[in-house]
Write a protein that binds this ligand. Sequence first.
Ligand SMILES: *[C@@H]1O[C@H](CO)[C@@H](O)[C@H](O)[C@H]1NC(C)=O
Ligand SMILES: [Zn+2]
Length: 205
Amino acid sequence: MATCGIKLLLVLVIISVCSVYSNPNIYGVGLPLSYVYYTKSDWGGVQSTDVRPLKTPVPYVVIHHTYIPGACSTPVECKADMRSMQNYHISMGWGDIGYNFCIGSDGGVYEGRGWDNIGIHAGPANNYSIGICLIGDWRVEEPPEAMLESTKALIETGVLNGKVSSTYKLVGHKQVMATECPGNALFNIISEWPHFSNKFTRIKN
Ligand SMILES: *[C@@H]1O[C@H](CO)[C@@H](O)[C@H](O)[C@H]1NC(C)=O
Ligand SMILES: [Zn+2]
């Protein structure tokens, strides 16, 4: 009976290890970089009609909140928010969701324009930054830890893949343009992160 139980346990371990490694949506398994990644097709996005190549590695990462929609805590809610933001941004003539990536309170990373295309999120910084939006209103409330950890891990993925400069500067949207974004509570948090820069300097193209 005991050996049978052990064999069953072994089979279950092998099955679970295999399923983790064969899941293309989990990046950096075993590293502190793991997060669940949802592609545009995972959330039901439509194809971009504004594809302009981003020159990489980018020197800046710009952090946003959405304000509206508010926080989403499950993949079902976050995917619906991605669709509604994409619809809205397309109605503004932007051809796609403005951000390069968004993050949910579930810690999920949701693909926007990705690493290789210029986003529409921070005016003069668009051409040389990755714009990451933390879905929710973070003026007073602080984002959950899972969301912050995934944000850091996503940026680190960009550095490891050569999409973000290893000497990148991290800024909040309000340092680039007149806006409350990314909200004071979130801004105070990112101000403590290692690559934070208290100054955004325009780069001539
Ligand atoms: C940004 O890059 C695009 C495509 O390379 C270019 O057409 C546009 O003029 C650039 N914008 C600015 C503000 O330099
Ligand atoms: Zn913003």
